[in-house]
Design a protein around this ligand. Structure first.
Ligand code: GUN
Ligand code: ZN
Length: 433
């Protein structure tokens, strides 16, 4: 078995810093020892190196953090990023649904998947919870490519029997295709499955009930959908689900609110919903760049913290404007301020790594760069631009992280490693070492 050391400045979080003090783990001169793709030792270089005589050591030039984990992203929307002129419901009709229709073609799906995975790795993202389209072929293509690259990824076929013409399944197809995909891909290597009803408005009651059945029948499978993103969407949900006390309750009535449920956005939530999320262990993928871009609103971090709601960070491409979870962390800070919430840069890093990992139930494997975890990590350059170099020279770790989040993006990702193997090197400008 190959064993290798990586020497550099290591930073990660073992817990949500609002829940536990001493959550930050930082070695200014650290050593990470990786064997067969897993971290077998980590600590100050001077303490760890003597335990591994003759170890081959690679120097990592920059701040080394766990690979980022995107808790909500749509790979088929990559080409529709920056589509102009509309809030959520009109944006879906005008820009997104037409683009998603093309994913009935497996060749197109495979090509976009490769571009998407290249982009993720270039942005330092090594794991994600990903929407496919309504076509099973879109998910097949995604899993096959993620498996070939040995990435830890979760994906699901979109359920939408009330979708537009050409993008609509039936309850029967939804069941048989989801079951076949789960049987083939869930738990295979580093892959996992998420039952993925698009949102409450694009599924019949029968299909939402089916989603609940699938979630109950397959242990370890996630539920992935959208929740309370946009005010018009929320009004339409209230008009249809007249029995439900709020948007979350419309899902709850079908068994969709569990500790394996990941809801994107949650921008406009009543306290009752937050309490219910916390009680069940369900969580929110916060998507700041998307929420700014579509004019959806700003996530209420203080409310979520009061209730103890689990959070991760999502890019929500194509509504999001950047795949960078650094950049989305900086925007999360800006979303918090108007409501008086000051997001700490370490907590922003937590949301993009361990927080998302916990939300996706992969925190045993990734997100903390801890002993026993898989060796997915990123080397960040806090002097990636002249302005960043100026701002971070001589600065504290917190200031450097904050500058990376506010000023940084893919330019600040020097290298990305998956299972201890370099898959992106900015200087060499190539992927797949
Ligand atoms: N709600 C339902 N579908 C979508 C989607 O594709 N993107 C976003 N941001 N919200 C949604
Ligand atoms: Zn989304």
């Amino acid at each position: 078995m190959s064993i290798k050391g990586f020497r550099g400045e290591l930073v990660s979080l073992s817990h949500d810093p609002v829940e536990a003090p001493y959550a930050v783990r930082h070695e200014a001169d650290g050593l990470l020892v990786v064997e067969a793709g897993h971290v077998v030792a980590r600590g100050p270089y001077a303490a760890v190196a003597p335990r591994f005589p003759g170890l081959m050591v690679e120097h990592l030039p920059g701040l080394v953090v766990p690979g980022f984990i995107d808790a909500h992203v749509h790979y088929p929307q990559l080409g529709r990023i920056a589509s102009h002129g509309a809030q959520l419901l009109d944006w879906l009709e005008r820009h997104i649904f037409p683009a998603e229709k093309a994913f009935a073609d497996p060749v197109h799906a495979a090509a976009v998947t490769e571009e998407f995975l290249d982009e993720l790795l270039r942005h330092g993202t090594t794991s994600a919870l990903v929407f496919g389209t309504v076509h099973a072929a879109s998910v097949e293509a995604f899993f096959a490519a993620a498996e070939a690259r040995q990435l830890r990824m979760i994906c699901g076929k979109v359920l939408m029997d009330l979708g537009p013409e050409g993008l609509r399944d039936t309850v029967k197809e939804a069941r048989s295709e989801s079951e076949a995909l789960i049987a083939k891909w869930h738990g295979r290597g580093r892959l996992g499955y998420a039952v993925t009803p698009r949102y409450a408005l694009t599924s019949t009651d029968e299909q939402l009930a089916l989603a609940g059945e699938l979630l109950a029948a397959y242990p370890g499978v996630l539920l992935h959908t959208h929740l309370a993103e946009n005010t018009r969407e929320i009004a339409e949900v209230a008009a249809r689900f007249t029995e439900a006390v709020d948007y979350l309750d419309a899902y709850d009535r079908f068994g969709l609110v569990t500790d394996r449920s990941v809801f994107a956005h949650g921008v406009h939530l009543p306290d009752r919903s937050c309490a219910r999320l916390a009680e069940t262990g369900a969580g929110i993928a916060v998507c700041p760049s998307s929420n700014f871009f579509l004019g959806s609103g700003m996530f209420d971090f203080a409310q979520a913290e009061r209730h103890g709601v689990r959070l991760g960070l999502g890019s929500d491409i194509g509504a999001g404007t950047s795949l960078s979870l650094l950049h989305n962390g900086g925007l999360a800070y800006q979303a918090g301020l108007p409501k008086g919430y000051v997001l700490d840069p370490f907590r922003a890093l937590w949301l993009a790594t361990g927080g998302s990992a916990r939300l996706l139930h992969i925190d045993g494997e990734v997100g903390m760069l801890a002993e026993g975890q898989e060796a997915d990590f990123v080397v960040l350059d806090d002097a990636a631009t002249p302005l960043m170099a100026r701002r971070t020279a001589g600065a504290s770790l917190a200031e450097r992280l904050f500058a990376l989040q506010v000023l940084g993006d893919d330019r600040a990702v020097r290298r990305t490693y998956v299972l201890g193997r370099c898959v992106w090197d900015r200087e060499a400008r190539h992927g797949r070492a």
